[in-house]
Ligand binder design. Structure first.
Ligand code: ZN
Length: 76
């Protein structure tokens, strides 16, 4: 894939289906499925949308060069 990869996503705020290039996404890899999510700013309403990311989405976003951050539990 190239940097020009775009993804169609559904905004949970305004219910608009929007298309965004890979650099607009952030991916957070948590310790469990429930803590692995992707986020983006909806271009239609400006809301910050966060959604649980399934394995296929994680793979697709990673392959497209989306920035990822790994969430680690903090002790103490
Ligand atoms: Zn929206």
């Amino acid at each position: 894939m190239t940097e020009g990869t775009r993804f169609k996503v559904y905004c949970s705020q305004c219910r608009e289906k929007v298309e965004l290039p890979a650099p607009e996404f952030r991916l957070a890899l948590g310790a469990s499925r429930e803590r692995t999510f992707y986020s983006f700013i909806c271009p239609a309403c400006g809301a910050s949308v966060r959604k649980i990311a399934g394995e296929r989405i994680v793979a697709a976003l990673t392959a497209a060069g989306v920035h990822t951050m790994r969430l680690l539990p903090v002790d103490g």
